[in-house]
Design a binder for this molecule. Structure first.
Ligand code: HEM
Length: 439
């Protein structure tokens, strides 16, 4: 991708932010300690908590929607430096920027993961995200049975079949496709097929449909302002989560314990929207950069020509898709799916010469070592990164070898963040099947 966009991204993409909950008396003590109370250690980060209750939440949400959040964060960093304080979602938050902040965020034992209020309150409370230390290692080991390299290698043929089925059903015969909704539905189907072994017969299709509907609603509300009024996005999210739990319990063949249900729901959310966004934005970047598109196409056509008609992709084929994966990584650098990473301080901790008190939260936004961290880092590094790589490569292979495509004239390629990036009109592309494709 071109040098200009790379430079811009390096300059604008912040590296980390932190936010945490602190009770007012504790805050008062921290702010005024030293005036006769206990001696202060490091000072609190510069900045302010903004207006009561809302703090800086609405400003950040507005910037996310307008895709100006990087500028918003850059202005903060310029005004207050790489460590500052603010208030987000009613919580005292330390906002940290830069590679050293990323390293701190991924390795400090004083920080733990945290979820949005919707997650914490109702969606799923007993997940991998809510446990630490040995307990985290135990739950993570359970998940890795399905996500480790050997398991993912076995998923390649299943993913290949789902991608073909999806493109035959939803792309063939159409002149225009909205990529993001299509990829969300594809990644959801891939997950149901290879992780949960849901088939394609009528009963399984109905379960998939029900799960998909509830998860769309649920995903929309995860970062909504937590106002539990009738018809608010947040309350719809909670209702969808109740129905989703029942469907997941059915999927697990009865009523599994709450921990299993919660982790399945969490995995479903973690696994499909992120990869759908990566595939979608990769297409957007390729459309804007015809040289890169031509190189991806050449790499994929060579692989397609080495195969018999209808033959599924294999693990070896994927290892030949180096340029395509480099383009995907560049896409994640330019448009990271995780805009920031949140942590909560479980103990008073210092970073960059400032105190981050126990109870505050940390958020990190991705960019040099510890600069480019699209899959996180440390003990919490994304366990689904291989799964996402294979799924992305298989999908891109079939899309570029089976269709000529370009951004529709009515689509400007702009996007908003919720905080996951979502393109306007879902990224409309005009498509035309390539009949001589090897499929
Ligand atoms: C392009 C696709 C993806 C991206 C960019 C991505 C990114 C991330 C990031 C940045 C984290 C760390 C968050 C933190 O430290 O707070 C994470 C965690 C996680 N991801 Fe992914 N992810 C992707 C796909 C997947 C897939 C396909 C799966 C499962 C099949 C998955 C499952 C998970 C899980 C379970 C965690 C929590 C790990 C833990 O807390 O120990 N992700 N992901």
């Amino acid at each position: 991708m071109d040098a200009d966009s790379r430079t811009t991204m390096m300059a604008t993409a912040p590296a980390i932010v932190a936010a945490l909950v602190l009770s007012l008396p504790v805050l008062y003590r921290l702010l005024f300690a030293g005036a006769g109370g206990k001696p202060t250690r490091k000072p609190l980060p510069p900045g302010s908590f903004g207006l009561p209750v809302v703090g800086q939440t609405l400003g950040l949400l507005r910037a996310l929607r307008a895709d100006t959040a990087e500028e918003w964060l850059r202005r903060r960093a310029a005004a207050h430096g790489p460590v500052s304080r603010l208030s987000l979602f009613r919580r005292p938050t330390a906002f940290l920027v830069g590679p050293s902040a990323n390293r701190f965020l991924f390795s400090s034992p004083a920080l733990t993961t945290m979820n949005s209020e919707a997650f914490g309150r109702k969606v799923s409370r007993r997940t991998l995200r809510d446990v630490a230390g040995d307990e985290h290692a135990r739950v993570r080991a359970m998940m890795m049975r399905f996500l480790k390299l050997d398991a993912v290698k076995r998923h390649v043929a299943g993913m290949d079949a789902e991608v073909r089925r999806h493109l035959d059903t939803h792309w063939r015969g159409r002149a225009t496709v909205a990529v993001m909704p299509s990829m969300k539905s594809l990644t959801f189907d891939v997950m149901c097929a290879v992780l949960f072994r849901l088939g394609t017969d009528a009963t399984a299709a109905a379960v998939r449909q029900e799960l998909s509907t509830e998860f769309q609603q649920l995903a929309r509300g995860i970062w909504a302002v937590p106002v539990n009024l009738p018809f608010s996005t947040f309350s719809r999210c909670l209702a969808a989560s109740r129905r989703g739990r029942r469907a997941v319990a059915g999927l697990a063949g009865g009523l599994p314990d709450e921990e299993i249900t919660d982790n399945i729901i969490f995995l479903m959310i973690a696994a499909h929207d992120t990869t759908a966004a990566l595939i979608t934005f990769l297409l957007r970047q390729l459309d804007a950069n015809k040289d890169a598109y031509a190189k991806v196409l050449q790499e994929q056509v060579e692989i397609a020509r080495s195969k018999a008609p209808g033959e599924a992709l294999t693990w070896d084929d994927l290892s030949r898709m180096r340029y395509t994966w480099a383009a995907a990584m560049e896409t994640l650098r330019l448009i990271p799916t995780s805009f920031s990473i949140l942590r909560k301080a479980v103990d008073d901790v210092e970073h960059g010469g400032y105190l981050i008190p126990k109870g505050w939260n940390d958020t990190a936004a991705a960019i040099p070592p510890f600069s480019f961290v699209p899959f996180g880092g440390g003990a919490r590094v994304c366990p689904g990164n291989e799964f996402a790589r294979v799924e992305t490569l298989v999908a891109v292979h079939h899309i570029v070898t089976r269709f000529r495509w370009r951004l529709a004239a009515s689509c400007d390629g702009s996007f908003s963040r919720y905080p996951m990036p979502y393109p306007s009109q879902g990224l409309l592309i005009d498509i035309e099947p390539i009949d001589d494709a090897n499929h």
